[in-house]
Design a protein around this ligand. Structure first.
Ligand SMILES: N[C@@H](CCC(=O)N[C@@H](CS)C(=O)NCC(=O)O)C(=O)O
Length: 211
């Protein structure tokens, strides 16, 4: 039995899209994030960090979005969502997954939760603005690398593209949203055209504009 603890549009969207891409059988468990259900004693038993998502796979209880994504790639190899282990393409795939999780995804914490990054209430807006600027620079670098590529790995679609779509989406309200970079808009359009992705968005109730 696989269960995904989620809140619409949160980081749980990545494993959700992967599960649908893999045609997996799973159930979704809503976490009432606005009411801080992720800090409840029951949820903290699953993820002591009190963050979404968590994936339960039989006896395995896994947190950290990128770890869940990699686990699902390994669990459903027939879905072909990542290159074969031990190949140079797999190494590139790891590079993108680690980069996306520990650079833009981590930076988004300061954008969405600026009050956690300062003890000075008056500085909250400036923390947020600076996070937005850093994210803008990160998306510029990613966009440049997409210049002659269909997907992050070149001609091969992978879970890294799903990850990037989620991160592009999160920047909808930034002063310069990632979608304004043509390479990112193009990649997002390709990912959004996938039936599994459309299904995940629909089930989570995510409405246009998607990015
Ligand atoms: N490094 C964690 C970060 C997860 C994370 O920040 N999740 C957000 C939702 S996107 C969350 O739980 N926010 C609510 C909170 O921090 O209380 C991961 O990748 O799983």
């Amino acid at each position: 039995m696989i269960a995904l603890y989620y809140y619409p549009g949160n980081a749980s969207l990545l494993p959700h899209m992967i599960l649908r891409e893999a045609n997996a059988s799973f159930e979704m468990r809503f976490v009432d994030q606005p009411n801080r259900a992720q800090k409840s004693p029951e949820y903290l038993k699953l993820n002591p960090n009190g963050r979404i998502p968590v994936l339960v796979d039989g006896d395995l209880v896994l947190y950290e979005t990128a770890a869940i994504a990699l686990h699902l790639c390994d669990k459903f190899p027939e879905a072909g969502l990542a290159p074969a282990p031990g190949t140079p393409e797999r190494a590139e795939f790891y590079k993108w997954m680690i980069h996306l999780t520990n650079t833009p995804q981590a930076e988004y914490r300061a954008w969405f939760y600026p009050h956690e990054h300062t003890t000075d209430e008056a500085a909250v807006e400036s923390v947020k603005r600076k996070a937005g600027e850093r994210l803008t620079g990160m998306f510029d670098v990613i966009s440049n690398q997409l210049e002659d590529r269909t997907w992050l790995l070149g001609e091969r679609f992978s879970v890294a593209d799903l990850f990037l779509l989620m991160l592009i989406r999160w920047g909808r309200a930034m002063p310069r949203p990632p979608r304004e970079l043509p390479n990112l808009q193009r990649l997002a359009d390709r990912v959004l055209a996938r039936p599994a992705v459309q299904e995940a968005f629909e089930v989570e109730g995510l409405k246009a504009p998607f990015i």
